[in-house]
Design a protein around this ligand. Structure first.
Ligand SMILES: [Ca+2]
Length: 482
């Protein structure tokens, strides 16, 4: 199925929307690979979805003027009716189901409405001065370099990272790092999947990457060092932090980022194939199917990292639970982000073939896979949803898309009305949605834009402005719309 990194060519993607995209479900893409040898293999967790019965479903929006405005169903207390945003710039057909919040704050007002309106957006080329292909093709990530130089990096799946100026229209991009010699792109979802700058990058030049490697097939988290002034990293400076064996080529997760607590968070999918045949999502004795939280700076007995003492499973024997795990029950959490204002961790989790979901991730939380897919039973029906945390929002996989691309809560200054809105997208359809969540409750959600892009990731600059990377080899900026 579509796992997030479903990078493919356009024709393939179209097909994928029906099934090819998701290797897991399609025999076509399922390439069982030998389990990795010496590397640490993680297994994952158990689903955590709120029992549907516990939550009332309130149809959130239906705009009369826009027949096809996403009908969002908010699972919120009956009293919470979400006013329909005035200007619905929303293309029809998309259905967004907002599921109940795990813990609705009783004190939260039904809807003090200035906050429930989500303004329209536009997507514009961020670097129109660049020639086609200057940044590579299958772009997967964008981030501003945190050293005050007003430069940004763009990650290409094949293993290259390019550097360009944000201060003035760049005439070209420089090669910041090229590790294509060690990055595997054998699988459609393999490659250089993520990059995170050390919080102290301006002084130590350190940054981390998450990539796929072979022999044995595995996910690698490594640290590199860059010469900030020169704007170039040394490929030979690699220090492997963590390696995790991958049984299949798909569902590798990929996101890597530092939280506001200074620790490194790493997303790993369920190991691949389709339906989680190894049960990794619910197995705490494997790192697969989880979001990890590690300290890569102090070293440690294991590999090149240590485990923070306040991780949720510290103290449990490794045969029961691995201490690196922060949350589990994920299928393929390809993209996650931290709200720079609240510190909340938001993660998109790509579904098998029925439901795409977005979760707000909490310490030790079980997000359900493969007992559940979205807010629905997956492995068997009915199912025991107790202890499983349901998504904040979900939408049907095939209509309108194929795979969710988790985004960011907008905290920039250029679009004031968008402040506090979480943006996310679908890789195949190019649709971008926004939702506003207050006190644990979704108070507004709607489709914002229907693009023609294969949206592989969102990115953020230091000012909180948002960007999009696409498979057409371009980076786009989120701007105000009309
Ligand atoms: Ca889930």
């Amino acid at each position: 199925m579509r796992s997030l990194l479903i990078f493919m060519t356009v024709p393939v993607v179209l097909a994928a929307c029906t099934n090819v995209l998701d290797p897991a479900e399609s025999p076509v893409d399922v390439t069982p690979s030998p389990a990795a040898g010496s590397t640490r293999v993680a297994a994952s967790a158990t689903p955590t979805v709120l029992p549907p019965s516990a939550t009332a479903t309130v149809p959130v929006r239906a705009t009369a003027t826009a027949p096809s405005v996403p009908r969002a169903t908010a699972t919120a207390p009956p009293t919470a009716t979400v006013p329909v945003p005035p200007t619905a710039v929303a293309p029809p057909t998309a259905t967004v189901v907002v599921s109940p919040t795990q813990a609705p704050a009783p004190t939260s007002p039904a809807i003090p409405v200035p906050g429930n309106v989500i303004p329209p957006i536009a997507v514009v080329p961020a670097f129109p001065s660049l020639n086609d292909g200057a940044l590579g093709r299958r772009l997967l990530y964008f981030a501003e370099v945190p050293d005050g130089s007003r430069r940004a990096v763009v990650v290409e799946q094949a293993g290259r990272v390019r550097l360009l100026s944000l201060a003035s229209p760049p005439s070209g991009a420089e090669l910041f790092l090229d590790i294509s010699d060690r990055v595997s792109t054998q699988g459609n979802e393999e490659g250089l999947l993520g990059l995170a700058f050390d919080p102290d990058y301006a002084h130590n030049g350190r940054f981390y990457v998450h990539y796929s490697a072979t022999n044995p097939r595995r996910s690698v988290i490594s640290r590199f060092v860059a010469d900030a002034a020169a704007g170039r990293a040394d490929p030979a400076s690699e220090q492997v932090v963590l390696e995790v064996g991958q049984p299949f080529s798909n569902h590798n997760g990929g996101m890597i980022d530092f939280g506001p607590d200074g620790y490194l968070y790493v997303a790993l999918g369920d190991g691949g194939s389709g339906g989680d045949p190894q049960g990794n999502g619910q197995n705490l004795a494997t790192l697969l199917g989880s979001i990890l939280r590690i300290d890569p700076g102090r070293g440690g007995a294991r590999q090149g990292y240590s485990v923070p003492n306040d991780n949720p499973f510290v103290g449990r024997p490794a045969t029961e639970a691995l201490t690196e795990i922060w949350a589990y029950g994920f299928r393929n959490p390809f993209r996650f982000s931290f709200d720079r204002s609240t510190g909340e961790l938001w993660a998109g989790d790509v579904g098998q073939n029925a439901w795409e979901e977005v979760n707000v991730v909490t310490k030790g939380g079980n997000y359900g896979w493969n007992v559940m897919e979205g807010a629905h039973c997956y492995r068997s029906t009915p199912c025991d949803m107790s202890g499983l945390i349901p998504p904040v929002v979900e939408y049907p996989t095939r209509e309108p898309g194929c795979a969710v691309t988790g985004g960011y809560v907008y905290r920039g200054a250029s679009i004031p009305g968008l402040a506090g809105v979480y943006l996310y997208a679908d890789f195949c359809s190019g649709i971008i949605w926004g939702l506003r969540r207050i006190d644990g409750r979704v108070v507004a959600a709607r489709q914002l834009l229907d693009t023609d892009l294969q949206i592989s990731s969102f990115g953020q600059d230091l000012a909180g402005e948002l960007y999009i990377t696409a498979f057409d080899g371009r980076v786009y900026r989120i701007a105000g719309g009309r």
